[in-house]
Write a new protein. Structure first.
Length: 678
């Protein structure tokens, strides 16, 4: 039985639309899941755990950890299906098929063999390649030349025999279509009949079948699509997908109301959005781990699991994140970006590049062009009156087109801010101190390094009065005012553990609606002039209660806010009533963000460009569909050991339903829980 001790938490989720650039892809290698390289089939439980048929056996993934088990003969598992009503996982392997009695956890599930029910002469069926749920509650286990129809109600098995090799079995509209190399048959639950005229289609090797506009469509390996209506077969054209199949070998298909997905032998995956009619193609160059796709599954969130010849890929459409680059096309770790006209300038650990502005409904690969004149780490990019200023390990640069010209500053440079009330004047944060720049026509001249500031930072802001707030990673927050000639400091103050902040480290500054805020371990503070007291930013602390670590707050051009810290990202929309925030619950993607150094930027259409470990994401803040995830308790353990020193478990997820009784002496409790989020 399932363990029923579970809580329901409400999370944010987002509607599926093919927008921006490439969908984010999470890849899993054999080392990640500790199994064989080939994955043959996936299924999903009601808790959104993913069950995987693998060369070494059966695996279950809860978003964080993997369970493993084997069929009794320890052969490759090629097929899997979940039966929630009976709490079973059906599997097919070499000359073995049956089910595991517990869906969760997999490692503790007893196994029941169904193939042992077959007569001796029928047990040498070789591999089971697919398991299909039928409309009447039965299941079809398909081998090379047999389909075994199993009835769970009475454990009976009916055998459908074929003389030609079976290439595909698919259930559509209450009927099971069985494709072989000579013809296609239809099984209605009681009678098997060959579809008239299917001989030519069968010889073309059917890879999958699905419904499109009410028609049954068969996808062949190399000859495109055919539809079967009113007892007749005809060539069928699907705009975008038919063009994609030319010259490619299709191996598998998946479809639902939103999309049609094709998997190929050597060209990755093609996904058709039925609403927009756009086709997204993913292969190794655009994020997929491997180009050979053995099976496909569209999960409950309209995301795609691709079982590969080497590994597993999760294609995340239901997400606000779209990748500009992939591991194959990346030009380094993303640190900074800025847009100008029709270009997006991007700074990485390898140098400065530019690409065309990322457009919606585009999945064409970018070919970044290198900006000449600067190399190495790029820490900050900002646009000033039609010129891009670049802060780099090599210094400060002005960028025109694809050429960077070095400015006269003595150190590496973190970033730039305009000085209020001083048109044309810009303050630059250096590795050691600050410099003042002035635009003189088409060039920038250096007024000089500010005397009296010996700290540099990537996190600084300029107040409305021209004073500078500087966050030092170990020394607190400095507040400097400059002399009228901008060459020296005339006043200085520091906020730290000895002055109104909880610690010297873990403090960040932000500028919101023209005002300066300090974010610390104990929450967000308002600031005042020199000698003033820090206040409680009540509204912001209500939106993001203190969590013991500072938030980096970034204001968008529309006045909304991004809030980030390690493994956390939130978006707050600014309204007349204040800020309304939601957390972005895509942990595997959020973990990849690079939010400590550099800067985010904003595209003309309002999307945000964020830095990540292999490049950049384009993030759409308008994804607002509410959703839910079940959070399940896996273990409850008393921190007080037993007399023999062993751990004292009060509950673990392999047990039957139970009420957990906690005694007075068990006053320190350890909970281990999981939620399926990929």
């Amino acid at each position: 039985m399932y363990a029923r001790i579970a809580f329901l938490f409400i999370f944010s989720a987002f509607a599926m639309t093919l927008r921006g650039q490439f969908p984010a892809v999470r890849n899993f290698s054999a080392a990640d899941y500790d199994g064989g390289t080939q994955n043959w089939c996936t299924a999903e439980t009601s808790l959104k755990y993913i069950i995987v048929a693998n060369n070494t056996g059966l695996m279950a993934f809860n978003g964080t950890s993997w369970d493993h088990t084997h069929v009794p003969n320890y052969t490759n598992v090629h097929a899997v299906a979940v039966d929630e009503a009976r709490e079973r996982i059906y599997v097919g392997a070499f000359e073995e098929f049956g089910y595991f009695e517990n869906v969760d956890p997999l490692r503790a599930a007893p196994y029941v063999s169904l193939s042992r029910l077959l007569p001796d002469e029928e047990r040498h069926f070789h591999d089971i390649w697919s398991i299909v749920h039928l409309a009447d509650g039965k299941l079809a286990f398909s081998s090379n030349y047999r389909v075994f129809i199993y009835d769970p109600a009475d454990s009976s098995i009916k055998i459908l025999r074929f003389t030609a090799k079976i290439t595909n079995t698919t259930e559509l509209s209450g009927r099971l279509y069985i494709s072989t190399l000579t013809h296609i048959s239809e099984y209605d639950g009681s009678r098997l009949r060959i579809l008239p005229g299917s001989e030519d289609i069968g010889t073309r090797n059917v890879a999958g079948a699905f419904l499109d506009r009410g028609k049954v469509v068969f996808a062949t390996r190399s000859h495109g699509f055919y539809t079967y209506t009113s007892g007749q077969f005809a060539q069928y054209h699907i705009p975008g997908l038919s063009e994609f199949t030319a010259g490619k070998r299709i191996f598998c298909t998946a479809a639902n109301e939103s999309m049609i997905v094709l998997g190929t032998v050597s060209h990755g995956v093609a996904i058709l959005d039925r609403e927009t009619k756009k086709v997204c193609h993913l292969d190794r160059t655009t994020g997929l781990r491997n180009n050979t796709v053995l099976s496909l599954m569209i999960d409950a969130d309209n995301n795609v699991w691709a079982c590969l010849d080497n590994g597993l890929s999760y294609i995340i459409f239901d997400s606000p994140f779209r990748s500009i680059f992939t591991a194959e096309t990346s030009v380094g770790t993303g640190y900074a970006s800025a847009s100008l006209d029709d270009r997006l300038y991007i700074g990485t650990n390898q140098g400065l590049y530019h690409i065309a502005l990322p457009q919606n409904h585009s999945d064409s690969p970018f070919t970044p062009a290198e900006v000449r004149g600067v190399s190495g780490q790029i820490w900050g990019l900002a646009e000033f009156d039609g010129t891009i200023l670049c802060g780099a390990d090599a210094g400060a640069f002005a960028v025109e087109g694809d050429v960077a010209t070095r400015l006269d500053v003595p150190y590496g440079t973190w970033g730039f801010r305009a000085l209020p009330g001083r048109p044309g004047y810009i303050i630059a944060s250096l590795y050691e101190g600050f410099a003042v720049l002035h635009r003189n026509g088409s060039t920038f001249e250096t007024i000089g390094v500010v005397k009296g500031i010996d700290v540099g930072t990537c996190n600084f802001e300029v107040d409305a009065d021209g004073s500078i707030w500087v966050s030092h990673w170990l020394q607190g927050v400095y507040h400097f005012s400059l002399s009228p000639d901008l060459r020296s400091v005339d006043r200085k103050e520091v906020y730290n553990a000895g002055n109104q902040l909880p610690a010297d480290d873990n403090n960040l500054v932000a500028k919101i609606n023209g005002k300066i805020y300090i974010s610390s371990a104990d929450g967000i503070h308002t600031t005042a002039g020199f000698g003033g007291r820090l206040g409680d930013a009540t509204e912001l602390n209500r939106v993001w209660p203190p969590e013991g670590i500072a938030l980096r707050l970034i204001e968008t051009p529309s006045g909304d806010l991004w809030a980030s810290r390690p493994n956390f990202l939130s978006y707050a929309r600014h309204t007349a009533g204040g800020y309304s925030a939601r957390e972005i619950h895509y942990l595997s993607t959020v973990k990849r963000l690079q939010v400590i150094l550099g800067n985010f930027s904003f595209l003309p259409d309002g999307r945000t460009v964020m830095n990540q470990d292999e490049g950049f994401y384009v993030v759409d803040s308008d994804y607002t569909r509410p959703g839910s995830r079940q959070v399940c308790i896996d273990i409850i353990r008393s921190m007080a050991s037993k007399k023999d020193g062993s751990e004292q478990f009060l509950y673990n997820k392999s047990e039957e339903d139970k009420i957990v009784e906690i005694k007075r002496e068990d006053n320190s409790i350890y909970f281990e829980y999981s939620t399926a989020q990929y």
